[in-house]
Design a protein around this ligand. Structure first.
Ligand code: HEM
Length: 433
C-alpha cells in the first residue's frame, strides 16, 4: 500500500493529491517517514510552528538541495528571523503599490512588442519575461540587459526541470540536471553581483528608488554573498509563480467567455482619460472582477502547490505520532478543490469571491495560495497588486482567443507551471493607449 502511494505520488502527484480528497482523514502516509497533511487545523499547527518543531525543509541540507541556501526562503532560526524583520518593511501594501506606475511603463512596453510579434504564441513565456522585468524594476530600480535576462530565464527552467524529478539527487552529484542547474546558477549570480553593485551606486543619486539600494543603506548589510543569493531568490520567486498565476488566469478566462466578458466590462468602465491619468493604479480594489478571477485561478491552480517541513523531534500531530526526522508535506491543491469547502470545487467560478466574505467564512487553511504562519509569502501584496494590474493592462489592449484545439497541462515542479497555453492576441479596436 505504502509503496503504491510513494510511486503514485512521485510519478503523478496531482492525481494522487486529487485522490486524497476522497480519503477520510487529515493525514496520509506516502512512504515511511513522509506524510501528506490536509486537515486545516493540522496545517495551522505545522505552519504556525509555535513549538519550533516543524522546520522548513531544505534548511538543514540547504547546501546540497537548494540553489540559494542563505536566502530568506531557505534560512531558518535566528538567521531567518533577522532577515525577515529587515526585509518586511519593503513589502507592505503601500510600499509595493508605489511601484505600480513603473510596472505600468514596463507592461506597456512589453504589450507593444506583443502587438508587433507573432499573433499567437505561448503566453506563459511572454508573461515570464514581463514578470522578470517587473520584479527587477522593484528590486533594482531598473531592468536587466538581454544577457542578464537570459541568464535568469535559463536558471528558472533549470530549477523547474530539477524539481520535477521523481527522485531528486543532491546538486553535488553532478547528474545532468544538477550540472545544468549549478552552471545556470553561477551565471545568474555573476549577473546579480554586477547589477547589485550598480544599484548600490545609483541609490545615492536623487530620485533613485530600489529595494537593494534602500535595504543596504537601512540595514548596513555587509554580507555580499547573502545579498546576491537574496536577489536571485527574489527574482525567481517573482518570475515563476507570478507568470504561472497570470497564465492560468488567462487560460481560465478565455475558456469561460461569459466570465471574460464581465471582466472586460469592468476594465472598460474606466474611461481612456481616467486610465491615462493613472486611475486604477491604487491596487486591486477598482477591479473586483479581475481580482476575483485571479483568486479563483490561484484556488484551482495554486502556483506553490506543495511545501514541506521536517519534524525536529518526536511529536504528536492530532492523533498521529511523527518521529523526529520525518517529513510532512502540505498541498493547497487538496483543500482548494475539496467539496467540503467550495461549491462545485472543480468549476472556475470567480463569482464566489465577489462579495468579499468567502475568505472570512472559510476555515483558515481551506484557501492558502501564499502559505501561512511565520513563513507566509513576503511577496503576497506585491504579487496580488501587480498581477491584477498586469491582467487589466492586457485586457485593455488585446482580445485573447484560444486556438480551437489546445492541450493544456499542469507541470508540477517547484511551481505548478502551465504548459501549452497558446493564445491568439488581437489588438482591440478601442485600445485606449
Ligand atoms: C503568485 C505569486 C506567489 C505565490 C503563489 C507565492 C507563494 C508562496 C508560498 C506558498 C510561500 C510559503 C512557502 C512555505 O511555507 O514553505 C512563499 C514564500 C516566500 N515567497 Fe512567495 N509567492 C509568490 C510570489 C512571490 C514574490 C513576487 C516574491 C518576492 C518578490 C516572493 C517571495 C517569497 C519569499 C522570500 C518567501 C519566503 C518567506 C519566508 O520564508 O519568510 N513570493 N511564497
Amino acid at each position: 500500500m505504502l509503496l503504491g502511494n510513494s510511486i503514485r505520488f512521485r510519478w503523478d502527484p496531482l492525481s494522487f493529491l486529487s485522490a486524497c480528497q476522497g480519503i477520510d482523514g487529515p493525514i496520509v502516509a506516502i512512504e515511511d517517514g513522509l506524510y501528506l497533511v490536509s486537515g486545516p487545523e493540522l496545517i495551522e499547527t505545522i505552519l504556525h510552528n509555535r513549538d519550533d518543531i516543524f522546520l522548513k525543509t531544505g534548511s538543514s541540507e540547504a547546501g546540497d538541495m537548494v540553489s540559494f541556501p542563505s536566502s530568506l526562503m531557505n534560512s531558518s532560526g535566528e538567521d531567518w528571523s533577522l532577515k525577515r524583520r529587515a526585509m518586511q518593511p519593503d513589502f507592505t501594501l503601500r510600499r509595493v503599490a508605489s511601484g505600480l506606475s513603473s510596472t505600468r511603463v514596463i507592461t506597456e512596453a512589453h504589450l507593444e512588442q506583443w502587438q508587433t510579434g507573432p499573433r499567437s504564441g505561448d503566453i506563459r513565456k511572454l508573461l515570464q519575461e514581463l514578470c522578470l522585468d517587473v520584479g527587477c524594476q522593484f528590486l533594482l530600480g531598473t531592468v536587466l540587459d538581454e544577457e542578464g535576462k537570459e541568464a535568469f530565464l535559463v536558471l528558472s527552467d533549470a530549477i523547474i526541470l530539477k524539481t520535477r524529478e521523481p527522485v531528486r539527487l543532491p546538486l553535488h552529484c553532478f547528474d545532468r540536471t544538477s550540472y545544468r542547474l549549478t552552471s545556470a546558477r553561477e551565471a545568474a549570480k555573476a549577473v546579480a553581483r554586477a547589477a547589485i553593485a550598480r544599484a548600490g551606486q545609483e541609490h545615492g543619486k536623487a530620485g533613485s528608488n530600489n529595494w537593494i539600494g534602500s535595504f543596504v543603506n537601512r540595514t548596513s548589510v555587509e554580507d555580499a554573498e547573502w545579498l546576491c543569493d537574496e536577489f536571485c531568490a527574489m527574482v525567481l520567486s517573482g518570475i515563476e509563480p507570478m507568470s504561472a498565476g497570470l497564465t492560468w488566469t488567462l487560460h481560465l478566462l478565455t475558456s469561460h467567455p461569459d466570465v471574460l466578458q464581465r471582466v472586460i466590462a469592468e476594465v472598460d468602465a474606466l474611461s481612456s482619460s481616467e486610465w491615462a491619468a493613472g486611475e486604477g493604479l491604487a491596487g486591486l480594489h477598482p477591479f473586483p472582477e479581475a481580482r476575483a478571477s485571479l483568486l479563483e485561478a490561484l484556488r484551482l491552480f495554486p502556483p506553490a502547490w506543495l511545501t514541506g517541513r521536517t519534524v525536529a523531534r518526536d511529536t504528536m500531530l492530532g492523533d498521529f505520532f511523527l518521529a523526529a526526522g520525518s517529513a510532512v508535506m502540505i498541498s493547497p491543491w487538496i483543500n482548494h478543490r475539496s467539496a467540503r469547502f467550495f461549491d462545485e470545487p472543480d468549476r472556475f467560478r470567480p463569482d464566489r469571491w465577489m462579495d468579499g466574505t468567502l475568505q472570512q467564512r472559510l476555515p483558515r487553511y481551506a484557501f492558502f495560495p501564499f502559505g501561512g504562519g511565520i513563513r507566509r509569502c513576503i511577496g503576497e501584496h506585491f504579487s496580488l497588486t501587480h498581477m491584477a494590474f498586469i491582467l487589466v493592462c492586457i485586457l485593455k489592449r488585446f482580445i485573447l482567443k484560444p486556438p480551437s484545439k489546445t492541450q493544456v497541462k499542469a507541470y508540477p515542479a517547484l511551481v505548478l507551471r502551465p504548459l501549452g497555453v497558446k493564445l491568439a492576441l488581437m489588438p482591440r479596436a478601442t485600445a485606449a493607449y
